[in-house]
Design a protein around this ligand. Structure first.
Ligand code: SF4
Length: 737
C-alpha cells in the first residue's frame, strides 16, 4: 500500500519541502516531488532532490559494520565492532593521552539534527586537541567574523533577497548552490522577482557564473583580492563621509581606528591587484548608496582565500557602515525556533588560540585545528604521534588540501575507525567502518539551516522507513562508543544529555521548574525530547505553559508542510548580541594584524595564472558521485580556461593538459570558457576517485576525475581562522607533449 509522506530535502541548506510516495512494506520510494504546499519552497525542487533516496538504495552503501581482514572486509556484529573500537580507542587514550586520538568531521553531519545535537557530547568527551573538520575548508572565516562582531560564532547575517532592491554577490553562486548561509529555496525565483520590482543585481567573481548570467552586471575580480576591494569600499565611505550606521550607531565602536586603517586602500591603490577599475568600484559604491534597500553578500569564495577572515568581516562592515545590517532588505538575522541564535548566558571569551597544533604551532579556533594541518599532525612521531584516527562522514583525502599527503600519512596511524556508509578514498584505510542509518531511516528537523534561512520557519521530517533490525543511527554510535570507553551505559549518557540541556535552558524559563520540563517532554524520546525542549524554550515556544499558544514539537509535527514563522524581522540584533558589553567592536587585534598583512599584499606581484573551484548543480562535494543518476552526462571535472589563455599555451578545446602547482601535478581535460577571467582557471573539487580499494564503482568507473585538492598547498592558510586557501592557488598549465 502506498503512502504520501511530507518531509524536507536534507541535501542542501535550502531544505525544500518534498512530497514522497512510498511503499513502506516494501521499503520503496515510488516518487519524490516538490511539495506545492510547503510554506517556504512551494513546490520547488532541484535536480538533487532525488539524491537521498538513491543513497538509501545504493547497493554499495554499507548496512552493517565491517572489519578489515588482510586486504579485505568482513561483516561483523555491532557488539563486536563497538567493543573492539571502543577498547582500542580507550587503550590509546589511557596509554598516550587523549590527544593521541585525532578526529575529522565531514559536512554531511550538518544535515542531521540528531547527529548535531549529540556531536558536542562526542567531541566533549573525547576532548582531543586534534579535532579537524570540513568547516576549516569552507566556513570558519564567517564564524570568526561573527564571533568578533556579535559574540556568537553562528550568528550569520543573511541577505534579505525578497525585499532588497540592490543585491551584490561576491564569491557565491546561488543559482547552483541554492544559497549558502542564505537558505533560499528557488533562488532563481527570488532573483527574477528582484528584477521585476526594478531592483539591480551585481555579481563580482573571477568567473561569469550561472548567477552572473542572470545579474544586471558582472565584474571580474582577481581571486583572493576581495578583501582589498572591500577595504577600498570602506575607504570610499569614509572619504565621502557617507558612513551612516543608523539604528545601531550607539552600539558600534572602533570607527575612527577603522577609518585610519582603511586609508591606504584607495580604489586606485587596489585596482592593479583586484583587476576592478577604480571607476567601476566607485560606480558600485554609488549604486549601492543610491538604492533604497541594498545589501552585500559574500560567501565561499571569500572564505577560502588568503584573507578569508578579512573578506568575510568586511562584508558585514560594509553593510553596517551604510545602515544595512539588521534592516529590511539588508543583511538580517534569522531567529530559528530552536533558539540557538538567542543570546543566553554570560558572554564567553573568544574561542581562539587556547592550544596549538604540534607540528607547526597553529592556534585552534572553535576547538578545531585547521584540516590543512591534519597530514602533518599524523606525521608526528614519538610523544606527539597520532595513534588513532576517527573520521565521521568525511572524506579528507579528497576534501582537504594536499589530500595525497593525508592519504599517505594515514598509514602512520596505528588504528583507524570510520563512521561512514561507504568504503571511499579515506575510509579504505580504516580498521573498522561503522555505518549509520541514512536520512529516510530517521526523523529530522531543519536545525542548523533555519539559522541562515530567508524566512523563519520550523520543519519536522518524519522517519520514512524503519531501519533493518540492529541498525544504528549516527548519534547512537557516538553514545555507544562513549559508553564503552568510559564504563558507562548508553542510557546514563542519554540522561546526562537531557539533564545538561534542561539545566542550560532553565535560567530562561521564569517560574518553570526542572520537574515540569521533564514531565512535559516525557512523551518524546531521545533526540526528539531534546528537540521538544529547545522548541518550547525558543523564541516562539510555549514556555511549557499547558495549553499555551507557542510552539512545541507536537504542534510542529502536526504541520506536515512546515510552520511559517514569518519574514526576518529588523531590529533583532541588539537582543541577540552576546558581546561583553553589548557593543559591536569593529576591530580586534587579530583583524588589525591581518590588515597589516593585507597592506603588504598590495605590493606583492600577482601570479600569472591562478586556480579557483566551482560547483555543478548535480554535485555536493564528493557525496553524490556514486549515484548513477548523478554520474551521467559529459565529464564535468574539466579545467575551465579562457580561450586566449589556452590557445596561447597551444592547448585546444578538449585537449588533456598538465596543470601543476607547488605541491602537485595533474592531467585534466581543458574546456574553453570565455566566462573565465583571463589568468584564472577553474577545476571543481570532490573528484579524484582513482584510489585502489574503494567500493564506489560508479564514482570510480564513471566519474573519477582528478582531485583539485592535490594542487592546493596545505601550508597556505587564512591566518586568523586557519581556513585553507583553495582559491587563488598559483598554477601553471602546459600542453601535453
Ligand atoms: S535545492 Fe537543495 S534542498 Fe532543494 S531540492 Fe535541491 S538539494 Fe534539495
Amino acid at each position: 500500500m502506498t503512502q504520501i509522506i511530507h518531509r524536507s530535502c536534507p541535501t542542501c541548506e535550502a531544505s525544500c519541502g518534498l512530497t514522497m510516495e512510498v511503499d513502506r512494506e516494501r521499503g520503496e520510494v515510488l516518487s519524490v516531488k516538490g511539495d506545492p504546499d510547503d510554506v517556504r519552497s512551494q513546490g520547488y525542487v532541484c535536480a538533487k532532490s532525488q539524491a537521498f533516496h538513491h543513497i538509501y538504495r545504493d547497493p554499495e552503501r554499507l548496512r552493517r559494520p565491517v572489519k578489515r581482514v588482510g586486504g579485505d572486509w568482513e561483516e561483523v556484529s555491532w557488539d563486536e565492532a563497538l567493543d573492539a573500537v571502543a577498547a582500542r580507542l580507550a587503550a590509546v587514550r589511557d596509554e598516550y593521552g587523549k590527544d593521541a586520538i585525532a578526529m575529522y568531521y565531514g559536512n554531511p553531519n550538518g544535515h542531521n539534527f540528531h547527529t548535531q545535537i549529540y556531536t558536542q557530547l562526542f567531541i566533549g568527551m573525547l576532548d582531543t586537541e586534534r579535532f579537524f573538520s570540513a568547516g576549516s575548508v569552507d566556513q570558519q572565516p564567517k564564524n570568526l567574523s561573527s564571533e568578533l562582531l556579535y559574540g556568537n560564532a553562528w550568528l550569520f547575517p543573511v541577505p534579505d533577497l525578497s525585499r532588497t532592491d540592490f543585491f551584490v554577490c561576491m564569491g557565491g553562486n546561488p543559482m547552483v548552490s541554492q544559497g549558502s548561509l542564505l537558505g533560499a529555496p528557488d533562488v532563481g525565483r527570488e532573483f527574477a522577482a528582484l528584477r521585476e520590482r526594478g531592483g539591480h543585481m551585481v555579481v563580482i567573481d573571477p568567473r561569469r557564473t550561472e548567477t552572473a548570467a542572470v545579474a544586471d552586471q558582472h565584474l571580474f575580480i582577481r581571486p583572493g583580492t576581495d578583501a582589498l576591494l572591500l577595504m577600498a569600499w570602506v575607504h570610499e565611505l569614509f572619504a565621502r563621509q557617507a558612513v551612516n550606521i543608523g539604528a545601531l550607531a550607539d552600539r558600534v565602536e572602533g570607527l575612527a581606528a577603522l577609518e585610519e586603517l582603511a586609508r591606504p586602500f584607495t580604489p586606485e591603490a587596489v585596482a592593479p591587484r583586484t583587476g576592478v577599475p577604480a571607476a567601476a568600484l566607485r560606480a558600485l559604491v554609488d549604486g549601492f548608496a543610491g538604492a533604497q534597500r541594498p545589501v552585500l553578500y559574500g560567501r565561499i569564495g571569500l572564505c577560502t582565500q588568503a584573507f578569508g577572515t578579512l573578506a568575510s568581516w568586511l562584508v558585514d562592515v560594509v553593510n553596517l557602515l551604510q545602515g544595512r545590517l539588521d534592516e529590511e532588505g539588508g543583511a538580517m538575522f534569522a531567529r530559528p525556533a530552536t533558539g540557538q541564535n538567542e543570546s543566553r548566558g554570560e558572554p564567553q571569551p573568544l574561542q581562539h588560540g587556547r592550544w596549538k597544533s604540534r607540528a607547526r604551532g597553529f592556534p585552534e579556533y572553535m576547538s578545531m585545528l585547521p584540516a590543512s594541518c591534519m597530514a602533518e599532525e599524523m606525521e608526528c612521531t614519538g610523544a606527539d604521534a597520532v595513534r588513532a584516527l576517527i573520521t565521521v562522514a568525511g572524506n579528507p583525502v579528497l576534501s582537504v588540501p594536499n589530500g595525497k599527503r593525508i592519504d599517505a600519512a594515514m598509514d602512520n596511524v596505528e588504528f583507524k575507525v570510520a563512521l561512514d556508509i561507504y568504503i571511499n578514498e579515506t575510509t579504505r584505510h580504516a580498521d573498522y567502518i561503522l555505518p549509520s542509518t541514512t536520512q529516510l531511516e530517521h526523523s529530522n528537523y531543519d536545525f542548523l539551516f533555519a539559522a541562515f534561512a530567508q524566512r523563519n520557519f520550523a520543519r519536522y521530517s518524519p522517519q520514512v522507513f524503519a531501519p533493518e533490525p540492529g541498525a544504528k543511527h549516527q548519534h547512537e554510535i557516538f553514545v555507544e562508543l562513549l559508553a564503552r570507553m568510559n564504563g558507562m551505559s548508553a542510557s546514563d549518557l542519554d540522561a546526562m544529555m537531557l539533564d545538561g540541556l534542561v539545566d542550560s535552558v532553565l535560567p530562561a524559563l521564569e517560574g518553570v521548574g526542572k520537574e515540569q520540563v521533564l514531565a512535559a517532554s516525557a512523551h518524546h524520546e531521545g533526540g526528539e525530547r531534546l528537540l521538544d525542549i529547545l522548541l518550547r524554550v525558543g523564541p516562539y515556544g510555549d514556555r511549557f505553559a499547558a495549553g499555551g499558544e507557542g510552539l512545541n514539537l507536537d504542534k510542529v509535527k502536526a504541520q506536515p508542510h512546515g510552520v511559517d514563522l514569518g519574514p526576518l524581522q529588523p531590529g533583532v540584533l541588539p537582543q541577540m548580541l552576546n558581546t561583553q558589553d553589548g557593543c559591536i567592536r569593529l576591530l580586534h587585534p587579530l583583524l588589525e594584524a591581518d590588515i597589516a598583512r593585507l597592506a603588504a599584499a598590495l605590493d606583492e606581484p600577482a601570479p600569472v595564472l591562478v586556480l579557483i573551484g566551482r560547483r555543478h548543480i548535480r554535485d555536493m562535494n564528493s557525496w553524490l558521485h556514486n549515484l548513477k543518476n548523478y554520474a551521467r552526462g559529459a565529464d564535468r571535472c574539466t579545467l575551465y580556461m579562457h580561450p586566449d589563455d589556452a590557445a596561447g599555451r597551444g592547448i585546444a578545446d578538449g585537449d588533456v593538459a598538465e596543470i601543476s602547482s607547488a605541491v602537485g601535478r595533474l592531467a585534466v581535460p581543458v574546456e574553453y570558457h570565455d566566462g573565465m577571467m583571463p589568468g584564472v582557471v577553474s577545476l571543481p573539487h570532490g573528484f579524484g576517485h582513482r584510489y585502489p580499494g574503494t567500493r564506489q564503482s560508479t564514482a570510480s568507473g564513471q566519474l573519477p576525475g582528478v582531485s583539485a585538492n592535490d594542487l592546493v598547498d596545505d601550508d597556505a592558510l587564512d591566518l586568523p581562522s586557519g581556513t585553507s586557501v583553495v582559491n587563488g592557488v598559483a598554477v601553471e598549465v602546459h600542453a601535453q607533449p
